[in-house]
Design a protein around this ligand. Structure first.
Ligand code: ASP
Length: 320
């Protein structure tokens, strides 16, 4: 079973990952945070783009489940001798791997890779397309803090599906280049949240009008309505042409500054997938204030990825 998109998750698998995450949060709090759930299995991380959080948290998740790990290093691998992606994946497959966690600058690569291996393929970010495990981390973080969000309907908690009903989430910034935004829109709306996209017209996807979201360019008009402001990184490495007049103007209109912190609802939370461009999409004050749950997102990344690995492998999780 693969996880290339949030849409790969059936309602029951989504539900299972949510409940397994709770279990692995408890495991992660133990003095020895390790269980033998995936003993004898092997996970390979194959990253063609840089990463701190995603790669390390997948490797930590695998180790806590007693799963062996293989780390493909782009610069020291045979890719530098011209080896193709297909040959690289088929080589790993021939060694015998159970999970392939792949990140690549091209959209659709995770799905393509699943045709070249029998391992479970997990999309750790394919270009501007999707990043489904980040979305799961964000959903679980929101479910945990939803009782602090005054508009949240407590009757929904524990029900099968609309965990985030009554939350209004503003996703702000460079949406067109964000795989996190694409996965999060799918995930948040499946869990019942209302989502508004906010950014400059040139950084909104041309097909966004067909997404189940509201769209606005004016952050100051809507910021006071949000229960959650989800700030996105301004993705300098993907911005190939001049899409905004200047960085200063971008910061002035779409950056989360201290003035905008004051305009937010008192209970409003700030999220970001990392890495942060401090002083661009978030001021340091916004990144570090009590509204920020950014480190909580990181804290959840290992147990949620443990849950993904356990759920995809279909193993029964024993009490131990
Ligand atoms: N770490 C996330 C990603 O890989 C977000 C970002 O880089 O802006 O998509």
């Amino acid at each position: 079973m693969n996880l290339t998109s949030i849409d790969d998750l059936t309602p029951s698998l989504f539900q299972e990952i949510i409940s397994l995450s709770d279990r692995f949060i408890e495991v992660s709090s133990r003095p020895i945070p390790k269980v033998p759930v995936l003993r004898g299995k092997t996970l390979a991380t194959v990253f063609y783009e840089n990463s701190t959080r995603t790669r390390l948290s997948f490797e930590a998740a695998a180790k806590r489940l007693s799963c062996d790990t293989l780390t493909f290093n782009l610069t020291t691998s045979s890719t530098s001798k011209g080896e193709s992606l297909q040959d690289t994946i088929q080589t790993l497959d021939a060694m015998g791997i159970d999970f392939l966690v792949i990140r690549h600058p091209l959209a659709g690569v995770a799905r393509l890779a699943s045709g070249w291996t029998n391992a479970s393929v997990i999309n750790a970010g394919d270009g501007c397309d999707e990043h489904p495990t980040q979305a799961l981390i964000d959903c679980i973080t929101l479910i945990q803090i939803s009782n602090q969000l005054s508009d949240y309907d407590p009757d929904c908690q524990g029900s099968d599906w609309p965990y985030l009903k009554n939350l209004h989430i503003g996703i702000v910034g460079d949406i067109v280049h964000s795989r996190v935004a694409r996965s999060n829109v799918r995930a948040f709306t499946r869990l019942g949240a209302k989502v508004t996209l906010v950014g400059p017209p040139t950084l909104l996807p041309s097909d966004a009008s067909s997404w189940p979201v509201d769209i606005t360019y004016d952050l100051d008009e809507v910021i006071s309505q949000f229960d959650v402001v989800y700030a996105l990184r301004f993705q300098k490495e993907r911005i190939v042409q001049s899409l905004i007049p200047s960085l200063d103007e971008y910061i002035r209109y779409w950056g989360i500054s201290s003035d905008r912190l004051d305009a937010m609802k008192p209970h409003c939370k700030i999220m970001h997938p990392g890495p942060i461009n401090r002083g661009v999409e978030l001021s340091s004050q916004a990144a570090d204030c009590e509204k920020s749950v950014i480190l909580r997102q990181v804290n959840n990344s290992v147990p949620v990825r443990m849950a993904v690995l356990a759920a995809l492998s279909g193993v029964y999780v024993h009490d131990d």
